[in-house]
Write a protein that binds this ligand. Structure first.
Ligand code: CTP
Ligand code: MN
Ligand code: MN
Length: 516
């Protein structure tokens, strides 16, 4: 009997969906499934073991991650009818390659992934049907569902590294093109296994397509490997891992001949900003990812300190990420104006407890919806009162997934943290059982809450496309404060994110699908 297709693992975008990335395999973009039927279970087991030995991923059961089905001595029509059946159960729209075992044995013999030739394919009557439905994929990320766990990480990692490399050499246009290509691949509900599947997929330029082709053929791409190995890029990445160090600063340090963080610290000519000093001081702690448990813990503790206000977790955690580089919190008050003074009070309280290790505070500079506001409506930068901080927090047990909550006892951790914020004596240095965490606070009046929530949830690429869509397709200007209709010359009100999407004529996209 064929191994069952267990439905709970199938849905792309389901936070529990397994992105079957096998780092140990030589061809991470290939996932084989050996169809047993005529072959018998012992031969199937032997072929699977051999293929694994040669560096191929082999799935034990059929799933959406399978890119190649191989069969031996089976009637093509039998294989195809089985495949359609299991694919329908999995909700898989684009079917994998269906190949004769000769392709796999040839690959194993030559030690590389050989291109699939027509003679390898087990043909179904109407091949066209098998091809994509991709022509309907929209060009703006805000019109696509992009889950946290997607199926094309092998390609998107490569394209994002190219984007980063382009940004480092100040080719911003090229960087954006690679980011858009990566972004569209993240939204595909199938793992790309052959170029034909990309016909009609938007945002893929010639260059990006060439990279994907090479990754498909060889498993690696020369240009990507080169970009990754360039010394400047590696050093820039290290410099930019320090909080407060952006591209310009990193490039300057590199031009000045500095090559490591210790050289930067030792250099008498380097003048660090206050934020960069903190970035260096807490570098080890800040480099450690923040878990969603820690994020919930902090949010819970903060909520307990300002009981009449409303605090939402935004940023990556709202999009369903399990880890992040910081915690983003949006504060508001049910009464318009009730939010004024809230953040200062909160910060003062945290500071008295010795929890604030660093703060960079900026008051509200928003001019409102008067004549000045109309000018401002062109700008997408926000002007909210905000504070970027480093707080100290009791160390949580390491957590890797939401499933682990049961194991770690999330509630106990939360309670411990809440009492920590209310009883700890003043102290500026994290103790051994504490860590430093970056926390961003933003405050908004309730009338702008929906816009602020939408703007601070991200992802950056999603926000970029949403604003571009508003401007280019609707003649509207969207910021974290408002939506301005340039034709009607009016501000459009919204109490919820759903209303903003409706103003823009877009279907509502859940935060978990905004991971463009
Ligand atoms: N943001 C912003 N203005 C800033 C910084 C951030 O509007 N000066 C918004 C961006 O829209 C971004 C969101 O806040 O999408 C969260 O920013 P950030 O914490 O940098 O990114 P995350 O998506 O949360 O990623 P991570 O999980 O790594 O923190
Ligand atoms: Mn964040
Ligand atoms: Mn942030």
């Amino acid at each position: 009997m064929d191994p069952a297709c267990s439905p709970k693992r199938r849905r792309v975008g389901d936070p529990g969906a397994v992105c079957v990335e096998r780092p140990g395999t030589k061809f991470p973009e290939v996932m084989l499934f050996v169809r047993e039927s005529k072959m018998g279970s012992s031969r199937r087991a032997m072929i699977s073991a051999l293929a694994r030995d040669k560096g191929f991923g082999v799935a034990d059961s059929f799933s959406t991650s399978v890119t190649h089905v191989v069969a031996e001595r089976n009637q093509p029509k039998d294989v195809w009818s089985w495949l359609k059946n299991v694919s329908a159960k999995c909700g898989l729209e684009v079917l994998p390659e269906v190949l004769d075992i000769s392709w796999l044995t040839d690959c194993m013999e030559s030690g590389c992934r050989l291109p699939v030739e027509d003679r390898h394919r087990l043909k179904e009557e109407s091949e066209e049907e098998v091809c994509t439905r991709s022509s309907s994929i929209p060009i703006y990320a805000c019109q696509r569902k992009t889950p946290v766990n997607h199926l094309n990480r092998h390609f998107t990692d490569a394209l994002e590294d190219l984007a980063e490399g382009a940004a480092f050499s100040e080719s911003n246009g090229r960087a954006l093109a690679f980011r858009r290509a990566a972004s569209v691949l993240k939204s595909l509900p199938f793992r790309v296994a052959r170029m034909e599947q990309l016909q009609g997929v938007p945002c893929l330029g010639k260059h990006s397509l060439g990279i994907i082709q090479e990754l498909l053929d060889l498993g690696v791409c020369k240009e990507v490997e080169k970009i990754r190995s360039i010394e400047m890029n590696r050093v820039m990445k290290v410099f930019m891992s320090v909080w407060g160090v952006g591209l310009k600063t990193a490039a300057r340090w590199y031009r000045d001949g500095l090559r490591s963080l210790s050289e930067v610290r030792a250099s008498p000519s380097v003048k660090l900003t206050r934020m960069q000093q903190a970035g260096f001081e807490y570098h080890t702690d800040l480099a450690r990812p923040v878990s969603h448990v820690e994020a919930d813990t902090i949010a819970g503790a903060i909520r307990a300190l300002v009981p009449n206000s409303f605090i939402a977790i935004t940023g990556g955690f709202r999009r369903g990420k399990d880890v992040g580089h910081d915690v983003d919190l949006l504060l508001t008050h049910p009464d318009e104006g009730g939010e004024v003074g809230l953040l200062c009070k909160l910060l003062q309280y945290l500071d008295e407890q010795g929890c604030v290790m660093f703060q960079d505070y900026r008051d509200n500079t928003y001019k409102g919806t008067n004549a000045a506001g109309l000018n401002e409506s062109k700008s997408t930068m926000d002007h909210f009162e905000r504070c970027f901080t480093i707080l100290r927090l009791p160390l949580c047990p390491r957590v890797t997934s939401r499933e682990d909550d049961k194991v770690t006892g999330r509630h106990e951790v939360n309670e411990a943290a809440t009492s920590h914020y209310t009883t700890h004596p003043k102290k500026k240095i994290p103790e051994t059982r504490e860590r430093a965490v970056r926390v961003d606070f933003v405050v908004c009046p309730s009338s702008q809450y929906a816009f602020a929530l939408l703007g601070w949830t991200g992802s950056q690429q999603f926000e970029r496309d949403l604003r571009r869509y508003a401007s280019q397709e609707k003649a509207m200007s969207l910021s974290s404060h408002h939506l301005f209709d340039k034709q009607q010359n009016t501000f459009l009100r919204a109490n919820t994110e759903e209303e903003i999407f409706a103003h823009l004529g877009l279907p509502y996209l859940e935060p978990s699908f905004r991971n463009a």
